[in-house]
Design a protein around this ligand. Structure first.
Ligand SMILES: Nc1nc2c(ncn2[C@@H]2O[C@H](COP(=O)(O)OP(=O)(O)OP(=O)(O)O)[C@@H](O)[C@H]2O)c(=O)[nH]1
Ligand SMILES: [Mg+2]
Length: 362
């Protein structure tokens, strides 16, 4: 899974990326000038899995992982020669967009619009995404219309139809993620990897002085009803960076002073999961305790295929239990005696937090 971190210049994207990825990429000084991109793999923090690790003490511990890509600041339209450079393939291939909006005040850090105004920036960023999709669609519509003058295929006509519907939506400032499209239309659009069709997580990068509940402007953005497939959270980027350098009691004391109950980066990762409609099941044993990422609603036989194609091909049954019941029982034996270890077939819908043991034969 790939998540793109984007936003206007100097909003704190790389700062957030560094905390997420435990990286030390250079911050400040307009990385957009160099077009730099940072890539990092991030383990998904999951207290359930950590407790299972403590129970099994396995040789190997494998949490779920997510790829974050940190892009250089996107300049607003009209302030740049070409938007193509800021619409790179890597960005288009991302499954989720994380938009970092500057909400911290610091005279030492310049702002592309010369003032800190998160409400304005959120609006402008939405407009940027709409514009970029509109460009892509316009180009394709023009080409298709040319083709159709020569001779229309049925496919071209269907594609043109859905593209025009998208165009009308975008012109009315409606992002494509809000459109209700048939599965065929979704397929027709997939190749364009349109930005407003992706789920969007807005991250308000707040300053330490605004902790814990954020400024009035941030509250306004947080309280606004969430549009479909979007979410807004606050992250104190610089503060999280300082926190990352601390451990144990010291870290907890600092968090207490600031009124923080959990790391906002953990929340960022969790909300990302929710927006993507993902959940996790676990496999456990003395060799490995591991989390597997699946789409919500995945069948047991497909979940088995995530582990290995043989497990899906030769699937017989899945032994299933709940992570917390296993933890409480301490081992599979007592759980089986209590009848809490179920045998499920191929069609069983895996639930977030299930522990699976696949019986198969090939
Ligand atoms: N005071 C304060 N400064 C911050 C905060 N977050 C980031 N900064 C500073 O803002 C500057 C820009 O941060 P970056 O993380 O490099 O921003 P960016 O969005 O990656 O910038 P570009 O990649 O150039 O667009 C750096 O000097 C950071 O130290 C914050 O929460 N508070
Ligand atoms: Mg940066």
């Amino acid at each position: 899974m790939r998540i793109a971190i984007m936003g206007f210049p100097q909003s704190g994207k790389t700062t957030v990326f560094n905390v997420l990825a435990h990286a030390h990429a250079q911050t400040g000084g307009f990385s957009s000038a160099s077009g730099g991109v940072n890539v990092g793999m991030v383990s998904v923090p999951d207290p359930r899995l950590e407790q299972l690790r403590d129970l099994f003490k396995p040789k190997k511990y494998t949490p779920a992982r997510v790829e974050y890509v940190d892009f250089a600041g996107a300049l607003p339209s009209g302030k740049e020669a070409s938007s193509e450079a800021l619409y790179p393939a890597q960005l288009r291939a991302a499954e989720l967009l994380v938009c970092v909006i500057r909400a911290f005040r610091d005279d030492a850090v310049p702002h592309p619009f010369d003032s800190v105004d998160p409400v304005r920036d959120v609006k402008r960023f939405h407009e940027e995404l709409l514009l970029r999709d509109l460009q892509v669609i316009e180009n394709r519509v023009t080409r298709l219309e040319k083709n159709m003058r020569v001779g229309a295929s049925k496919d071209d006509a269907a594609e043109l139809d859905v593209l025009k519907r998208c165009r009308s939506a975008l012109e009315a400032e409606q992002p494509l993620r809000e459109l209700e499209l048939s599965a065929d239309d979704v397929k027709r659009l997939r190749g364009f990897q349109l930005l407003t069709a992706k789920p969007l997580l807005t991250v308000l990068n707040i300053g330490e002085v605004d902790l814990p509940e954020g400024s009035a402007e941030c509250r306004k953005l947080l309280d606004a009803a969430a549009a479909p497939h979007t979410a807004t959270i606050m992250v104190p980027g610089r503060t999280e960076m300082d926190l990352a350098a601390l451990e144990g009691a010291e870290r907890e004391e600092f968090m207490g002073l600031l009124g923080l109950v959990e790391s906002s980066l953990d929340r960022l990762i969790r909300v990302s999961y929710d927006l993507l409609g993902l959940c996790a099941f676990f496999t456990v044993g003395p060799d490995e305790v591991r989390a597997w990422t699946i789409a919500t609603g995945t069948r047991a036989v497909d979940a088995a295929g995530e582990i290995h194609s043989d497990l899906s091909r030769g699937f017989i049954r899945a032994e299933v239990c709940r992570w917390d019941e296993l933890l409480e029982a301490g081992a599979f034996g007592p759980l089986r005696e209590k009848g809490r270890l179920r045998l499920e077939g191929k069609e069983y819908t895996v639930v977030d937090g299930d522990i699976l043991n696949i019986r198969f034969s090939v």
